[in-house]
Design a protein around this ligand. Structure first.
Ligand code: MOS
Length: 731
């Protein structure tokens, strides 16, 4: 970090944009006003696979207010240039209205544009589409997998054969949907050949790149604006077909077009966490020292793109063992393409590995924490690199102490309170510390205020606030005199707001820009004969509350305003950047947690109640403890959903999602969430990035589902290897 005194970083500050949000002044994608905006509503395919054989749009077009119906028979051909740069997985992305094929139930087959939302909605109902339908393939467990991605070290089969203790376990995880509060929405406007979109996106640069590719435009002909995002969880990391539909509709009607997905459509076109079948075989000695693991996993993808996520890493590096073999197969299905969902890959792997570790501990009669300690590696065994920081042992110690782990009954089903069986469980969590190149620009104005810009996004973690904290300290200004601007592709480019990399990447670019800006001002002062700081070594000057002064001698100095005014400068500016060191990594970067859960299970009804949870996090420096707590609690709530409630159900006869809505797709409500606590190991990771952060947003969800599953076992003696854990499974 910079030599500046730190007062904002590390302080539990409230959100700088909190007031805007609670007063409704924060504008989300669909709320931006454009004169003459018309409304678009997508018509979804009502079969799961096949061809469109007829399209009757006459009634829709005759409906008052309807301006146009666009579909594959009248849509212009779109360039759809190749673009691997916007989180598009390998394959051939869905090209809206470019052919008559239906690839999944709910695929956009037409769009109705009307002067009012009601007219567009009604018009969409009036479009008659005929299909030549086939039975779709939507069942992961019935379909044929593709070629595996493989990993091996040692001889896993031999290691298993020779192991004194062997487990062979198969797990199934449900498909989960992101369900952010704000639906996906786009407003598109063309000004001649230039396209502006207000979009719900976690990556304005990614959406800009994709729209340029789809419409065959130069990058600078597309501007993407997204100042506020009401939750994403990964669903807004791609520029989905509906964004293209909005832009196409605007181009065809020559009007600004607003398109808001319905809650149901949020299950059709904005990704999901794929369902897995995951077989894990583990071998250890009698003391629980792991010898070998074989991971075989099948995961859903679409028929047209091969989506993969980081499901392999944890099995290679979380525990020490000589022999590992992994095979990760994607299974093409007649579904839309999945996408990253909070803690992608690691979350699924952690449920399997951490549940299996608990089974092994039970089999051996060893405490689950002790078993994990016995398998703690001294380096990353997948690549031989030292860990930048790995404080998992401390997570265990702190967590066990603070949670009261000693009160856990050693024997399952031995603690009871009335009808309720009580149990405790824990799990380790790991998530990689991603960093990508980012840029930022900082400006100091003559009035002593500053602004910082980056194309970043804030889907809820509090990017506005945390980046302002970094900037305020580096510039020596108060929080109130610094404004951070984000969410515009005209600002300096940043990586996706996902993978928990925003603080490390954008934050480090902001730090760099502000450090440079402050040094510029300091140089101006120490070289200025009129300045009280004239001839002071630049390194001895610090800035506090907008005043430059000699370190340790606050009396000798002057304000930014005086300095700029005397030098006839209206402003100072600096560009900053961050990039991870080039060449091969010299460390292995991960964040860690130990997550603890106590559950009560109704002995007759099988209901599971999470009574309390604790997460202990080794996430590097915590920029804002208050925002971090929001992340941790939200992550635990998400994990409770995955563990006990969330399950997207498909009718395999026609590929229809049965529970596409918040009435039927269950998520935790307040009554499901009681006592959640987070503890952060105080520290920093200086190898990871200049801020010393390791990322928190994903890490906090990982470990929650297995901790709950293990607590359910401790309570009931029942081992459930399928998520979500339902009452039926416990009867
Ligand atoms: Mo997160 S799945 O990277 O938005």
């Amino acid at each position: 970090m910079s030599p500046q005194p730190r007062s904002a970083v590390g302080a539990p500050l409230s959100r700088v944009d909190g007031r805007l949000k609670v007063t409704g002044k924060a504008l989300y994608a669909a709320e931006h006003a454009n004169d003459g905006t018309v409304h678009a509503v997508i018509v979804d395919a009502s079969v799961g696979r096949g061809r469109i054989t007829s399209l009757d749009t006459r009634d829709a077009e005759a409906h008052p207010g309807v301006l146009r119906v666009i579909h594959h028979r009248n849509a212009p051909e779109l360039p759809y240039r190749d673009n691997a740069g916007s989180n598009n997985p390998p394959g051939r992305r869905l090209r809206v209205f470019q052919d008559d094929r239906v690839r999944f139930h709910g695929q956009p087959v037409a769009v109705v544009i009307a002067t009012t939302l009601e007219a567009a909605q009604h018009g969409a109902r009036l479009v008659e589409v005929g299909y030549d339908a086939e039975r779709p393939s939507t069942d992961l467990h019935e379909a044929t997998p593709g070629t595996p991605t493989a990993y091996a070290r040692g001889d896993a089969e031999a290691g298993l054969r020779d192991a004194a203790v062997r487990l062979d376990l198969t797990y199934r995880t449900a498909r989960n949907h992101h369900n952010p509060m704000e639906p996906h929405a786009t407003i598109a406007r063309w000004d001649g050949g230039r396209l502006t979109v207000w979009d719900k996106t976690q990556w304005v640069v990614g959406t800009q790149t994709e729209l340029a590719a789809v419409f065959g435009l130069e990058m600078d002909a597309v501007r993407v604006i997204s100042p506020f995002v009401g939750g994403g969880f990964g669903s807004a990391l791609r520029c989905w077909p509906h964004v293209v539909v909005a832009a196409l509709a605007a181009r065809e009607t020559k009007r600004p077009v607003k398109l808001v997905l319905s809650r149901k459509q949020m299950y059709l076109g904005t990704g999901f966490r794929p369902s897995y079948e995951y077989r894990l075989r583990l071998g250890s000695d009698r003391r629980g020292r792991l010898a070998a693991a074989v991971h075989e996993m099948d995961a859903e993808t679409s028929s047209y793109e091969t989506f993969t996520e980081a499901v392999l890493a944890a099995g290679q590096m979380l525990y020490s063992m000589p022999h590992v073999r992994q095979a990760y197969r994607t299974v093409p299905l007649d579904l839309p393409t999945p996408l990253y969902m909070r803690g992608p890959g690691f979350q699924t792997a952690s449920f399997v590995i951490e549940s299996a570790m608990d089974e092994l501990a039970d089999r051996l009669g060893v405490d689950p924490i002790e078993l994990r300690r016995r398998n703690e590696p001294s380096e990353d065994e997948s690549n031989g690199l030292p860990f930048s920081t790995r404080r998992l042992r401390e997570c265990y110690t702190t967590g066990a102490r603070e949670f009261g782990w000693h009160r856990r009954a050693r024997r399952p089903r031995s603690r009871r309170e009335g009808d309720w069986l009580i149990g405790m469980g824990m799990a380790a969590g790991v998530y990689d510390t991603a960093r990508m190149p980012a840029q930022a620009r900082a400006r100091l104005e003559a009035d002593g205020t500053a602004s910082v810009e980056a194309a970043a996004t804030d889907m809820g973690p509090g990017t506005y606030t945390s980046q302002t904290q970094v900037a305020a300290d580096a510039l020596g200004l108060t929080m109130r005199t610094v404004t951070f601007r984000l969410g515009d592709s005209l600002f300096p480019p940043t990586p996706p707001h996902g993978g928990s990399m925003t603080m490390a990447s954008v934050g480090s670019a902001v730090l760099d820009a502000c450090d440079k800006l402050r040094r510029q001002a300091v140089r101006l002062a120490v070289e200025d004969e009129q300045s009280p700081l004239y001839d002071v070594p630049a390194d001895d000057v610090v800035v506090r509350n907008g005043r430059l002064h000699v370190r340790g001698n606050p009396a000798r100095g002057e304000t930014y305003q005086r300095l700029l005014a005397r030098n006839n400068r209206t402003r100072l500016e600096a560009d900053g950047s961050f990039a991870p060191p080039s060449g091969p990594e010299r460390h292995s970067f991960y964040g860690y947690n130990a997550t603890f859960a106590e559950v009560a299970v109704d002995a007759t009804l099988g209901l599971v109640r999470v009574r309390r949870m604790l997460g202990v996090y080794d996430a590097g420096r915590i920029i804002s403890p208050k925002l971090a707590d929001s992340q941790a609690i939200g992550g635990m709530v998400g994990g409770i959903g995955t563990a006990l409630l969330e399950h997207t159900v498909t009718d395999h006869r026609d590929g229809r999602i049965v529970n596409a809505g918040l009435a039927d797709y269950l998520v935790p409500v307040n009554a499901d969430v009681s006592d959640l606590e987070a503890i952060y190991l105080n520290g920093e990771d200086p190898e990871a990035d200049p801020l010393g952060v390791k990322g928190l947003g994903e890490l906090v969800m990982i470990g929650v589902a297995p901790a709950i599953a293990n607590a359910v076992f401790n309570a009931t003696g029942r081992r459930v290897r399928e998520l979500p854990i339902t009452a039926e499974a416990l009867l």
